[in-house]
Design a protein. Structure first.
Length: 75
């Protein structure tokens, strides 16, 4: 898909964001990993940037394996 420039994966268990950016006019991709709240993710083609901390703002991360059961959330 030539119009797809970025693909962003956001981890639900740890503060980890993975950005795949397509190299202009190629079919090759660059993979960048962000793990610090201060890390800035830049999307030059969209003239946009965001910090990892902003993505996770207001989100309580629960370690994998410690998921809250559905009935416990409703209490």
């Amino acid at each position: 898909m030539p119009s797809l420039w970025y693909y962003l994966l956001i981890d639900q268990y740890t503060m980890t964001v993975e950005l795949f950016s397509r190299i202009e006019e190629t079919t090759e991709w660059i993979n960048t990993l962000y793990e610090s709240p201060e890390d800035v993710i830049v999307f030059p083609r969209l003239n946009f940037e965001i910090t990892v901390g902003a993505i996770y703002d207001g989100i309580e991360l629960i370690p994998e394996g410690d998921e809250i059961k559905t009935d416990e959330r409703d209490q």
